[in-house]
Design a protein around this ligand. Structure first.
Ligand SMILES: C[S@@+](CC[C@H](N)C(=O)[O-])C[C@H]1O[C@@H](n2cnc3c(N)ncnc32)[C@H](O)[C@@H]1O
Length: 310
């Protein structure tokens, strides 16, 4: 049996979808159109489909598209029409290998001018983090691209070609306190770029990079740089006011304080500009029960923004 990425905060996310469905403006136009901008294994999309929404899924990783398509086809096969969802509302599911910044193009492809919800569960899936070219125990050279067909620099190439100030910048931006020392270690050991991930990790450890796991934060910073995660998030946030219908919502699930800050300050900016309001004045965090079952969700934060009706 395939083991899927565990989807976090599904109960809380479903409650936001259900309350949108209950809005008078929305009750006559189900199915809601949801763009899942980080499809992954399709766990959240499954919740959206089962709530009667139509879903457009986007993911940079081809593997995610293949796995989610297979998983979600079963939702349509198993649907119980007597339950009053899915079949009744002619929900649809379409997905594409693409990136956040292409959201408008992907919507055009399926004839959506607007959608009602943009959802994103940022970062990486567990199976991506365990990849041999991504994990600090990995036996392969650090590549870290979500889409290996993209003509972008791999983590190895970044380690080998960025000068010291450029390296400092990416580690500092990822909140690493010893960013100076780490950048210096890397520049002094340029040949580490062609080493397997586990050896890179060992060198960092030997040079005193010891917080949490010797290199967790360094590896995350490199993954964020390789996949331009911060720029992609900016682009997705910026598209929202254009693609979301008035009265619709943006739902963002973040795993890192840097991303949470990015989402929070963007919501504030949109409030100031009169686009709508942040529904979650403080981020919603997973329940103690969910944390007990799945400790890795501890750092998750959920923020929702609602767009004004005219
Ligand atoms: C945390 S996982 C999502 C898991 C999903 N919610 C589920 O329930 O299975 C994040 C996903 O976003 C994808 N991703 C990351 N950055 C992206 C981007 N800029 N555009 C599209 N997909 C991206 C990753 O490949 C990964 O599959």
């Amino acid at each position: 049996m395939t083991s899927y990425h565990p989807s976090a905060m599904t109960k809380e996310i479903k409650e936001f979808i259900d309350s949108l469905l209950l809005c008078s403006d929305y009750s006559d136009k189900v199915p809601l159109r949801v763009v899942d901008a980080t499809l992954g294994d399709g766990g959240h999309s499954e919740i959206f489909l089962k709530s009667g929404c139509s879903v457009l899924g986007i993911d940079m990783d081809k593997k995610a598209i293949e796995r989610a398509e297979k998983r979600l086809a079963k939702v349509f096969q198993n649907v119980d029409l007597s339950q009053g969802n899915l079949g009744n509302f002619e929900s649809s599911f379409e997905c594409f290998q693409s990136r956040h910044s292409q959201i408008k193009k992907m919507m055009e492809k399926i004839g959506w001018k607007k959608c009602d919800v943009v959802f994103a569960d940022l970062g990486a899936r567990l199976d991506q983090l365990y990849r041999e070219d991504m994990s600090f125990n990995g036996s392969e050279e650090a590549d870290m691209r979500f889409d290996k067909n993209e003509n972008t620099l791999t983590a190895s190439e970044i380690l080998n070609s960025y000068n010291e100030p450029q390296l400092r910048k990416i580690f500092k931006e990822s909140g690493i306190k010893s960013y100076r020392r780490i950048s210096n270690v890397i520049v002094r050991n340029r040949n580490i770029s062609s080493m397997p991930c586990n050896q890179l990790s060992k060198i960092l450890f030997e040079n005193g990079v010891k917080r949490i796991h010797p290199s967790t934060k360094v590896f995350m910073a490199l993954r964020r740089e390789v996949n331009k995660e911060s720029q992609e998030l900016d682009s997705l946030l910026n598209s929202m006011s254009e693609v979301i219908e008035l009265g619709g919502i943006g739902i963002f699930l973040t795993w890192h304080s840097i991303e949470d800050r990015q989402v929070k300050s963007f919501y504030k900016k949109m409030e100031r500009m009169g686009f709508g309001e942040s529904v979650t004045k403080k981020p919603i965090q997973p329940s103690q029960l969910e944390i007990a079952k799945m400790p890795q969700v501890r750092s998750a934060k959920l923020r929702v923004f609602k767009f004004n009706k005219i």
